[in-house]
Structures are given as structure tokens and as C-alpha cells.
Design a protein around this ligand. Sequence first.
Ligand SMILES: [Mg+2]
Length: 359
Amino acid sequence: MVRRYLLGELTRWLKALEEIRELARGKEIYALPKLYWEWYKHEYYLPFSIESVSAYSAIDIAVYDLLGKKHGMPAYIMLGGLAREKIKVYANGWYRDCVSPECFAEKAKKVVSMGFKALKFDPFGPYFDVIDRRGLDEAVERVRAVREAVGRYVDLLIEFHGRFNIASAISAIRELEQFDPLFYEEPIHPEKNLEGLRRLRTVTSRRIALGERILFPEDAERLLREGLVDVLQPDITNCLGFTGITRIRAIAEIYSAELAPHNAFGPIQHAATIQFDASTNNLLIQESFYEFWPEWKRKLIKDPFKIEDGNHLVPRRPGLGIYVEDSVLHEFRIPEARPQYSEEPVWVVKNTWRSYTEK
Ligand SMILES: [Mg+2]
């Protein structure tokens, strides 16, 4: 049984948020650096929990939104100004329910017909830790089907979800080199395996992308200093909000690294990330699930995003550029979060944790 932890851990997240709320109570809205310092030093023990960092990130993002709305300026102005008016995005979540190469090809064609010029997907089905000859063949057939469906000039981004051991990751990369992917994302679990990441460098000269699990700028700096990453993927909801992600951006720039922020959750994360991207020079590309969200996620905000020809337009409205639809928020509130269990891990695109050659 794979534990679907998201709902179960929601209560821990909310508790962390309550603790920071107490710390923030009575402080001026402009006092974000002071709040950061107090939170950082009061936490006391390292490493920090993901819940605490995520809760701090939520407050940070909310403060930028409030300040922007108070002063009538988009958040990107507070982040240094405009670096671009259009943001190239890659589609994710588009291959829901697909396991066969034909299904991947058909859906990929549809995505490209919507204007997208880049697609990310996980072609490894249910293979976990180790991938055998059959698994490699299935992955190759899926990627080949997509490449043939979309042609030479659409970027393919290969997601490994950090699940393989180093030998299996290397085998998979060797097989997929022929399809010229833009990057390989987390071929191995990146947090503690620096030696594994070094070995990947001997196998491919294509970009290695990682960073969605990074909590602090120092963690990004260590990976960059060691030369183990080309594309950093910080997640604004897990890396101290705008405060953390702009620090990571500055460090990445020093090392000539590119950014492709992780953006897999919902409309507030999406809106905040777009504001960040708009002010970022060293942006490679932006992840977007927007077109493939369930309807309720799209309805959570009043102001729809605009993606044209594979580019996200930057909203010029103040703050994050969105207003939350309270009625939808209340409709989908979970008063009591409980754990849920499923065979499919929480990190896969729904209904793709399956093989297609073994019935
Ligand atoms: Mg990922």
C-alpha cells in the first residue's frame, strides 16, 4: 500500500501555520524581514520541517499579495521589476489515464494543437527503484511515440520523480538520449545522494533539473557549487515564498544556472510563480498544469490566466493578480482531514502507474 499522505498531513500543515500566525500577530505588514528572522531563530532545531517552511511560505506570499493590493502594484514590481512580458510554459498533467504509447501520442498532439511548445511527462509507469529491460522498452516506446507525434521542435522534458537507483537511472538516460530531451528531472532522489548526482554527469551532457524539494537557499547553493544541477526548480510554496525564491534566483545567476520553478498544486501557487517569473532573467521555462486542472481548481479564482501559443501572459493587476472566489473555497473546504490510501503514489499523473505490455 502506498500512503496517499496529502490529506492526512494537512492537519500538520495547518498546525504549523497556526504557530507562525501567533508569531506574526500584532506585527506590521511591512515587517516581513523581522518575522523571517524571528521564525528562523525560534524554530531552533535543524533541519526545519517541510510543514513549517511551507507555512512560512504561505505567509510570505500573502504579505506580497496584500502589499501589492494596498499600493496598487503587481508583485513583480516589488521583486525588482519586469524581465519579460510572456513566459514560456511547458504542459504537465496532460497525459492523465495514459499508459500506451498510442494514448501518449494522441494526447501530445492535442496539447501541441493548443499552442504548447514543450511537454513534460513521466514515461516509466509503475517501475520503482529498479527498471528492467521491459520497463526500459516501454519508456522508450512512450517517448518515441510523443517525439514522433510532436516533431523535432517541441521540447520534451523527462520526469523521473527521483524514484530510481543510480544504475537504473543511468540505463534509462542512455536509452532516452536519442530523443533529445530538454532536461532530465530528478533521475535519482536528489537530497542526500551527491555522489549519485556526480555519476549522472559522466553519462549525459544534457541538462539535469531538480530542486522542487529544496527548502532553503543554502541547499541550492551547495548543489550549484558542486556543479550537480543545470536547472533549479524551487517551489515558491516550499522555499520561503518570494523571500526564499528570489535568494535562490540570485545564487543561481552567480552560477549561470537556469530556473524552471515547480508549480504543481493550485491557482495561488500558480499566480505567485508567474509574478516571480515575470521578474526573472535566468528563467528557462515554467511548469503549468493550468489547462489540465479539474474544474474546481480553475474556479477557485475569479481571474482566469491567459496562456497563448504556449506563453503565459503576465497579469498587470496588483498583488498576485488574482482574487479568491470565497464561495468555491467554502464549498471545497475539508473540515477534518484524514489520511487516504491508494495503490498509486501521490506524485504520479493520475492513472498512469501502470504497465501496458503486461495485462
Ligand atoms: Mg518533479
